[in-house]
Design a protein around this ligand. Structure first.
Ligand code: GDP
Ligand code: MG
Length: 639
């Protein structure tokens, strides 16, 4: 299914030509639509000689053209520019051409209509030459120009033949697998409820599918689908679609909305773009200039924030952050047109470079311009690296979410970057040359810059902490984690990698910079040694924290330091012991349970000649470690 759209000055014969090639009168369809008799909008279709079916979008007026071309950027494969032989190129012909140019519509055909009105063939050739000159320096420069007459039928078969060739030579749009139905009409059908029509781009929609309506985020389900007046189970990208949405009132969806699958598309009021000022624009584009933005089927007011330059002269291109009056959902690569409100005039157009920059940019920052250049022109690998540089180490599923590329493109770029070593898995297992499967979404990957930015941040936080608390071994892991605003699984992998690279050292509860040792005085050191000796003398009848403190001159930091450095182990709030004591107990426990089915607190107490409190703490700790499991009053070995 391919779609073409008409362009050209009013009354030059667009609608008549469409009727001549399709047998469908788009103007009649429009009247029916206005009276609620049809749900297709100026839309006709035909089957080409090759068997390919083509939809033709006709537009009644000038502003409709602009809106329709945009809705069709994803949906329209080629433009059919119509010029009447008796009038030649007119102002709207030129403006439409300029818009096709701004939108970089790749394929097209030009029909010089009403050829029957010109009797002199030489004159007709002159008109064609004149049209060719108008096309020079535009996207349609090399386009075939065909004289036709809807009245006599002259040129109609040639036009249809040429259409076939043009479409065969223009590649089908990539199906990104992320359907977006650009809503242009909303109405209610009795017995069915809310129906929306629009062009479906980038993916398929299926009856029964759950959908989200953006920007507001209402949820619904597709109850029924029509494409070209036929009931269908699945609508294909590029087609004009009517969708019946379940449980939704006509107030909950508007022209300009996007019907899509939930959870991947986030609307934004700030959008980074590359924008070209139209060559015919009356004056340069200025910073903070108010404009009307047309994209998809939506229209929104906003301001241009010019980045890296003060103005964009006519015919030139620049980086612009759009600051919009309301949020709109767009994706990278979406085209838009910029118009001024009064006098109403097209002044430029461009493409979305970053649909979700999230913040207002400082305008003159070389790093920003570099980033926009990469986003606009980079290879998938460069784009993905840039994304990871910014995100820092991330789980693959989050990377997928933030990647400006289609999922399959992200995946293959990720594979090649992993293979080349430009992106690496975290933690990196020593000596392993295995490439992780990027589809395993919990895999954490990092770019070199993303990793070194993060480790610089970690080092900064820790060294400040060490200066502030010289007696403490390190920072609590939870505190570092919340300072870095990282999710636990990701944080743990990052700490593991940082340990592996000898940047930090870490224990269960604490992290510190490699090489940092608490600065104890001789006096403090001696007190700690005395206490440890006491623990060694009676390993299973050790001092409690409360009994230990006086030995340390009541300095709680010293006790914390002993625990954090792993010199003492805290079994419970009341029981401390040496780590080797617990290890010898654990070894005994394993041997014992290999020979017996279970063990009780009393048996442990007697075996180590200790108290019930210690025996209980030892067993509870080994439960927590996953070594044993409690069954009633007994412990058994955990399988
Ligand atoms: P649109 O505004 O571009 O859609 O133009 P229409 O298709 O509505 O046509 C405008 C006028 O031109 C109508 O009166 C048509 O009958 C007339 N017209 C269209 N095509 C031809 C043609 O090939 N020959 C002649 N003589 N008149 C035509
Ligand atoms: Mg018309």
């Amino acid at each position: 299914m391919r779609v073409i759209g008409t362009a050209g000055h009013v009354d030059h014969g667009k609608s008549t030509l469409i009727q001549a090639i399709t047998g469908i009168d788009p103007d009649r369809l429009r009247e029916e639509k206005e009276r609620g008799m049809t749900i297709d909008l100026g839309f006709a279709w035909l089957t080409l000689p090759s068997g390919e079916s083509v939809g033709v979008v006709d537009v009644p007026g000038h502003i409709d053209f602009i809106k329709n071309m945009l809705a069709g950027v994803g949906g329209i494969d080629a433009a059919l520019l119509v010029v009447a032989a008796d009038e030649g190129a007119m102002p709207q012909t030129r403006e439409h051409l300029a818009i096709l140019d701004l939108l970089e519509v790749q394929a097209g055909l030009v029909a010089v209509t009403k050829a029957d009105l010109i009797e002199d063939e030489d004159w007709l050739e002159l008109v064609q030459a004149d049209v060719a000159e108008t096309l020079a320096d535009t996207v349609l420069a090399k386009t075939e120009i065909i004289p036709v007459s809807a009245l006599t039928g002259r040129g109609i078969p040639e036009l249809v033949e040429a259409l076939d060739t043009v479409l065969k030579n223009s590649p089908a749009r990539m199906d990104k697998g992320r359907p977006r139905l650009l809503v242009d009409r909303v109405f209610s059908v009795s017995g069915f409820g809310t129906v929306v029509t629009g062009t479906l781009i980038d993916g398929q929609l299926t009856v029964g599918q759950d959908v989200e309506i953006l920007p507001d985020g209402a949820r619904s389900r597709i109850r029924g689908l029509q494409a070209h007046k036929q009931k269908v189970e699945q609508a294909q990208p590029g087609s004009r679609v009517a969708a019946n949405l379940a449980g939704l009132s006509t107030e909950q969806v508007r022209r300009g909305d996007v019907v899509t699958t939930a959870g991947w598309l986030e609307p934004s009021q700030l959008i980074d773009t590359r924008l070209r000022c139209l060559g015919d624009a009356p004056r340069p584009l200025k910073h903070n200039q108010p404009v009307e933005i047309f994209t998809g089927s939506s229209e929104v007011s906003g301001y241009l924030r010019l980045l890296g330059q003060q103005e964009i002269p006519p015919g030139e291109t620049g980086w612009v952050q759009l600051r919009l009056q309301r949020r709109i959902p767009v994706v990278k690569g979406d085209r838009f047109i910029v118009r001024q409100a009064s006098p109403s005039l097209t002044i430029g157009g461009g493409a979305v470079v970053d649909p979700l920059p999230r913040r207002r940019h400082r305008r003159f920052r070389p790093a920003l311009i570099k980033r926009l250049e990469t986003l606009a022109d980079g290879t998938p690998e460069e784009l993905l690296t840039e994304t990871l540089d910014r995100l820092g180490p991330a789980q693959v599923r989050d990377l997928m979410h933030h990647s400006p590329l289609a999922e399959s493109v992200t995946e293959s770029a990720l594979q090649s970057l992993l293979k080349a070593g430009n992106i690496f898995e975290i933690p990196t297992v020593n000596g392993s040359s295995e490439i992780p499967n990027p589809k395993a979404s919990k895999v954490v990957v990092a770019s070199k810059a993303g990793w070194s930015n993060l480790t610089a941040q970690i080092s900064g936080i820790l060294s400040t902490y060490h200066q502030a608390y010289p007696l403490r071994v390190g920072m609590l892991r939870g505190e570092l984690q919340s300072r870095l605003k990282l999710e636990t699984g990701l944080f743990n992998k990052i700490v593991e990698q940082a340990q592996h690279l000898q940047i930090v050292q870490a224990l269960d509860t604490t992290v510190w910079l490699k090489g940092h040792t608490p600065q104890f005085s001789q006096h403090q050191q001696r007190a700690m040694d005395t206490l440890l000796a006491q623990f060694g003398r009676n390993p299973f009848a050790t001092p409690s924290p409360k009994e230990s403190l006086p030995v340390l001159g009541n300095d709680e930091d010293l006790l914390t330091a002993l625990i954090e450095t792993g010199k003492l182990m805290r079994l419970s709030s009341d029981v401390l012991l040496l780590p080797e004591t617990y290890e010898s107990f654990a070894a005994w426990l394993k041997t014992y349970l290999a020979e017996h089915d279970s063990v009780t607190v009393a048996q442990v107490r007697d075996a180590f000649n200790t108290s019930r409190k210690y025996a209980l703490a030892l067993l509870e700790y080994s439960d927590a470690q996953g070594l044993t499991r409690r069954v009633g009053d007994e412990r058994i070995l955990r399988k």
